[in-house]
Each structure stands twice: as structure tokens, then as C-alpha cells.
Design a protein around this ligand. Structure first.
Ligand SMILES: Cc1ncc(COP(=O)(O)O)c(C=O)c1O
Length: 334
């Protein structure tokens, strides 16, 4: 995460954590009420943002600003995000964006977005579900206010597994920051004295509500140990070369089959703008192509209306897997 130990805690699930963080970091006041997010955010994030706005008695029609890709494009132009932040200016309360968009695999420049948000006085947070364990993050250096992620994508800790929260050290000792409290966020030294009056722990741990599920934590720790052993730098190197190889394989198959089906990779080509995920639109084919890939043993993902997401995870996928994917894709098209 590129964070100090006291900036991170592992607990609850992702949507729960996003809500807990927004209780503290979305504090609309006066005319500063608006939230900027990306269009086509993961539905749970969209529901969370919507409900936070309504919780404060505000309206999504006026207070939720979604940045759309330009006409005819799949990706969001980062200039549009930065320009919108400047335009909304002192009416902007918070920015909350998926660091890597779940649908297109687009990686946003979190440093630039954070700086732009802070320049107009807004708080800035990211959903890192598709970035954690995938991207080399530097949350502390980038100055991000808060972030949350799940442990069950690149971090391999099983669906419903524990989630992570990041709170920047500048908010570590903020007992007056409003938050929803529970006993596990109470100062560890005196927690079991069970005194009335909530006294938060220093740092991200102060946002915990309940004690953590041991089985989920054990699975997560086993996975993180492997990440530690391999190191994010080496994982990142293999991610880039393996994803580039997979891209080559897909483009090759697209070229060979252009009369029947063209495969358009909508994920950015620039390695600095993506992680391991490639999102493919198979023009001239539909869900049947995805179902055939599944039948051949490929674990990919289908997103309506027509996107196949595939992610070679560097820790355990091989170049040969990418090559075999190409063979399966060729068979499926035929
Ligand atoms: C970007 C994003 N946000 C939120 C969620 C929801 O996670 P949870 O079910 O742990 O709340 C997911 C799950 O896939 C996700 O991909």
C-alpha cells in the first residue's frame, strides 16, 4: 500500500469500510456538499455514495458528479477529472474514485487527483479493490486521505474475506473527527477497562468496530506472507511483461480472425495506466464466446453488456497460461 503500519488496518468488508471512512471524510457543510466519482463505478460504491449523500439530507441529482468517458470513448480522460475538480472548486466536499476501474482496468493517477482535490479543499479517497496487490501504491507519499480495498482479488483471501483501510497519518490523532465507533477501535492499552466514553486508537485502527474474524485473517495473512516473500517490485515486473504478452496473444488472434470477430482491448496500452487486467470487447460475438471460454476451463469474467475481463495474476499465472488462453480463445471463436 505504500503506507506506514499505523496507517493501515485489516477488518470488516469493503463496502462497510468505505461507509465508515466516509462518515469521517464526507462532511458536507454550507455550499461544500458535492462528491466527484467516476461514471460506471462498481455498483456497491455507487450505492454507498448515493446513500451517504441522502444520509446528509442532500440530493444525488445535484451533489453526485460522475465523470464520464468522452463520446465514443471507453476510458475516462484524466484531464476531465482534473478540470471538473477545479470547476466544482469550493463546492467539492470529497472525491472518491476506484484507483483501478473495475470495468476497464484503467489506473488513475492518484497523486495528481489527490493534489487537485486538496488544492480546492476537498478530501480524497480511493476504492482500491482492483489495485491492492496489483499496483505498487504509495498512499502515504501521494497524501491520499483515506482508502479501502478488499482482500479477495489479487490478495487471494477468498470472497467475503477481510478488507483493508488506509487513513493518512495526518488524521491519525484526530479524536474529534466524527466517526462510528465500536469497542475494537478503542485505545488498546485501556480497552478492557471498559470505561464509558470512546477513546480512539491512534491511526487507522481507531476505525475498527469489532474484533476481527480469525479464519478470514489467517487466510489473508497466509497470502500476504507470499506477497512479502516475492516483493511488490518483482510482482510488478512480471505483471507488466505477462500482461503485455497476453495483449500480444489477443491482438494476434484478433488479426487472424478479423472476418469473424475483432477483439478490442479497451484497457489502456500504457503500462503506467493499467495493472494486470485486460478488458476485451469481442465485436461480432456475445456472451456465447465467454461461456465457451469457461467451458474450456478459463476463469475469466463477463460484464454486461459485452466485456470479458481477464487478469493474469503474476504470483501464480504463467506465460504458458497466457499462451493457452490464446488457444482457448481461438477455439472458442471457431
Ligand atoms: C470496486 C469494488 N468495490 C466494492 C466491492 C464490494 O466489496 P464487498 O462485497 O467486500 O463490500 C467490490 C467487489 O467486487 C469491488 O470490486
Amino acid at each position: 500500500m505504500g503506507a506506514k503500519p499505523e496507517e493501515v488496518v485489516i477488518t470488516h468488508s469493503l463496502t462497510t469500510n468505505l461507509h465508515l471512512l466516509m462518515v469521517s471524510f464526507y462532511r458536507p457543510e454550507g455550499k461544500r456538499t458535492k462528491i466527484i466519482c467516476e461514471a460506471k463505478a462498481f455498483p456497491s460504491d455507487a450505492y454507498a455514495l448515493e446513500s451517504q449523500i441522502k444520509f446528509h439530507g442532500l440530493k444525488t441529482e445535484t451533489d453526485l458528479i460522475e465523470i464520464e468517458p468522452r463520446e465514443g470513448e471507453h476510458l475516462i480522460n484524466e484531464e476531465d477529472v482534473l478540470n471538473k475538480i477545479a470547476e466544482v472548486g469550493e463546492e467539492l466536499a470529497m472525491i472518491m474514485i476506484g484507483g483501478v476501474n473495475y470495468y476497464t482496468g484503467q489506473l488513475f493517477d492518484m497523486k495528481k487527483i489527490t493534489e487537485a482535490g486538496h488544492a480546492v479543499g476537498a478530501t480524497v479517497g480511493f476504492d482500491l479493490a482492483h489495485a491492492a496487490g496489483n499496483i505498487n501504491l504509495k498512499l502515504n507519499d501521494w497524501g491520499v486521505d483515506f482508502a479501502a480495498w478488499c482482500g479477495y482479488k489479487y490478495l487471494n483471501s477468498s470472497p467475503g474475506g477481510v478488507s483493508g483501510m488506509f487513513v493518512h497519518e495526518r488524521h491519525a490523532n484526530s479524536p474529534r473527527l466524527p466517526r462510528f465507533a465500536g469497542w475494537w477501535g478503542y485505545d488498546k492499552e485501556t480497552r478492557f477497562q471498559m470505561e464509558p466514553g470512546f477513546k480512539p486508537m491512534y491511526g487507522a485502527e481507531g476505525w475498527q468496530l469489532s474484533n476481527a474474524p480469525i479464519l478470514g485473517m489467517a487466510a489473508h495473512l497466509a497470502s500476504l506472507d507470499l506477497f512479502d516473500e516475492a516483493g511488490m517490485d518483482r510482482i510488478g515486473e512480471k505483471r507488466d511483461s505477462m500482461t503485455a504478452f497476453l495483449e500480444f496473444v489477443i491482438e494476434d488472434i484478433s488479426e487472424k480472425n478479423k472476418d469473424r470477430c475483432t477483439l478490442e482491448i479497451i484497457t489502456p496500452k500504457d503500462l503506467k495506466k493499467r495493472g494486470a487486467q485486460l478488458s476485451i470487447v469481442a465485436h461480432g460475438q456475445g456472451r456465447a464466446l465467454f461461456d465457451e471460454l469457461t467451458r474450456q476451463g478459463v476463469i475469466a469474467d463477463w460484464r454486461e453488456p459485452n466485456v470479458i475481463r481477464i487478469a493474469p495474476a503474476p504470483l501464480y499465472n504463467s506465460y504458458e497460461d497466457c499462451y493457452r488462453f490464446g488457444q482457448c480463445l481461438q477455439n472458442a471463436i471457431q
